[in-house]
Design a binder for this molecule. Structure first.
Ligand SMILES: C[S@@+](CC[C@H](N)C(=O)[O-])C[C@H]1O[C@@H](n2cnc3c(N)ncnc32)[C@H](O)[C@@H]1O
Length: 237
């Protein structure tokens, strides 16, 4: 189910067993069960501080690893032109449907691409952003991917990585760290969905979810880091 370009990045070596490679398991999920992934991402909402940190309006925004649009839908009204780069075709389809039904399809272009090969000219964007997608590994960004995000950003523009998983790696490369305080919970559509999705994605927290009997589950109950952090760099003007 991978294109050759995807296979080169996501299955570079090893036995191709998602039981041994959690990143491969996520890539398979995006392609085999995209709606299941979308239900999870929709429940894990970003901290409101992260959303209000975004610029109110800039001319051009590039988002990399847009998925089914958790961040894209927030960006849609904030850019004259928004390009959402996403390699997985099934996720692009869901995102395009959401944009069409919210009337934002004109303003947001959903395109295939990868961190290390962005289909945009140098200096094109005022804001280049990724949410829960960039990692220091070459398959999901790495040095080449960060270099590409900075290439696509104009002088004086901003590169931001939201919900980063290796903050110190980015701080070492000149990024500033911001974190928003306050309690945060995953907001599932119902208690039944909380039990179902926790059993699949967070089995270590599934019993606690059952005991709580609620559709709202604090992130710490599931043992995951809440989406309250970001790092950013303003490129020299
Ligand atoms: C956890 S999802 C996050 C999606 C979305 N940004 C969100 O916050 O809901 C990670 C996303 O990164 C994308 N991705 C993985 N490797 C990538 C790469 N090398 N270049 C661009 N995107 C990539 C995946 O296809 C997936 O959509």
């Amino acid at each position: 189910m991978f294109t050759p370009e995807e296979a080169r990045r996501f299955v570079p070596r090893g036995d191709g067993d998602p039981g041994h490679d959690v990143f491969l398991a996520w890539e398979l999920l995006y392609r085999l069960e995209p709606s299941l992934y979308d239900r999870l991402a929709s429940a894990e909402r970003l901290h409101p501080g992260v959303v209000s940190w975004l610029p109110c309006y800039v001319d051009r925004i590039a988002e990399v690893g847009a998925g089914t649009g958790r961040l894209t839908m927030e960006l849609a009204g904030r850019g004259g032109e928004v390009v959402a780069v996403e390699p997985a075709l099934p996720l692009r389809r869901i995102l395009s449907r959401k944009l069409a039904s919210s009337g934002e399809a004109e303003r947001v272009r959903v395109v295939p691409g990868f961190f290390d090969q962005l289909p945009l000219p140098s200096g094109w964007a005022d804001l280049v952003v990724a949410c829960s997608a960039f990692t220091p590994s070459a398959a999901h960004g790495g040095e080449a991917g960060l270099g590409e995000m900075e290439r696509v950003c104009r002088a004086g523009g901003c590169v931001a990585i939201i919900w980063p998983n290796h903050i110190s790696w980015l701080v070492d490369r000149g990024y500033e760290y911001v974190s928003f305080a306050g309690a945060m919970a995953v907001e599932f559509g119902s208690y039944a969905e909380a039990v179902e999705l926790a059993s699949i994605f967070y089995p270590q927290g599934a019993d606690a979810v059952r005991r709580r009997g609620s559709s709202t589950v604090p992130f710490e109950v599931l043992g995951i880091n809440p989406p309250r952090d970001l790092v950013f760099k303003v490129l020299p003007g």
